[in-house]
Design a protein around this ligand. Structure first.
Ligand code: NDP
Length: 246
């Protein structure tokens, strides 16, 4: 496959790092964002030591201005973005009757508004060049809901509506738009859950274990090659069989 320019948001995180590596291994030039300069540069150096040359751009994806500036910086360093993985995300869990406006807004703006903030600056260029790949990282909890995660489930379900609308609008321009919905993956996000609750979660997974970031990166990579050009508006569940609805 032709080498492309890829932007992975939240590429310094658990799943993001695996996606970054996978796209790099596929021969693409890869960029991600950082919010804290020192942490970002340390991550970049560790990647370089492991043989991965990754471009960094400052950006908080919950801000439209910063999303635009981040894309401009990536394009200044590498050229036009062909592949966008909307992966950055957070949780701020609480049962809804105790949820604060800040918990609601932080999760919606980081997980869902970010899709607007980062995709909007790349879509026109993809349409002009008649090629693009956009993948959202949603969640099993956007498919089935989750106690204590009304904010997160709403944001992650919203990503599906975003995906299938964008897929319809841009199919004629050689742009595919798809979603990967991971189940529980052993990253910091999930390891922060108390052990007794984590054990209960694992007991509900038919494979009997948490997933790995590499398994999610593999699912993402499925949508990227030329041969995947006819697959758009799809959702790929990668959840160890925990939820088999759609
Ligand atoms: P991590 O917490 O390990 O990584 C999250 C990444 O997102 C970090 O790089 C973080 O950067 C970045 N990020 C967070 N907020 C912002 C922001 N406002 N602007 C820019 N970057 C930001 O999470 P995971 O790797 O586990 O999760 C990745 C994605 O996968 C998320 O969307 C998550 O919801 C989804 N997911 C995860 C599952 C799991 O089991 N882990 C299951 C299902 C879905 P920083 O270092 O600056 O905070």
């Amino acid at each position: 496959m032709q080498a492309r320019i890829a932007l992975v948001t939240g590429g310094t995180g658990g799943i993001g790092t695996s996606i970054v590596k996978r796209l790099h291994d596929m021969g693409h030039r890869v960029a991600t964002n950082f919010r804290d300069e020192a942490r970002g540069r340390a991550w970049q150096a560790s990647m370089r030591d492991a043989g991965y040359d990754i471009t960094l751009a400052l950006g908080d994806v919950s801000s439209a201005e910063q999303g635009e500036a981040m894309v401009a910086e990536v394009e200044r360093q590498l050229g036009p973005v062909d592949i966008l993985i909307n992966n950055a995300g957070i949780t701020r869990d609480s049962t809804f009757h105790k949820m604060t406006p800040q918990q609601w807004n932080d999760v919606i703006s980081t997980n869902l508004n970010s899709c607007f903030n980062v995709t909007r600056p790349v879509i026109e260029g993809m349409r002009q060049r008649k090629w693009g790949r956009i993948v959202q990282i949603s969640s099993i909890n956007g498919q089935k809901g989750q106690y204590g995660q009304a904010n997160y489930a709403a944001a992650k379900a919203g990503m599906h509506g975003f995906t299938i609308s964008l897929a319809q609008e841009n199919a004629r321009f050689g742009i595919t738009v798809n979603t990967v919905s991971p189940g529980y993956i052993g990253t910091d996000m999930v390891m922060a859950v108390p052990e007794d609750i984590r054990e209960k979660i694992v007991a509900q997974i038919p494979t009997g274990r948490l997933g790995t970031p590499e398994e999610i990166a593999y699912a993402v990579s499925f949508f990227i090659p030329e041969e995947a050009g006819w697959i758009t508006g799809a959702n790929l569940s990668a959840n160890g069989g925990q939820y088999m609805g759609w």
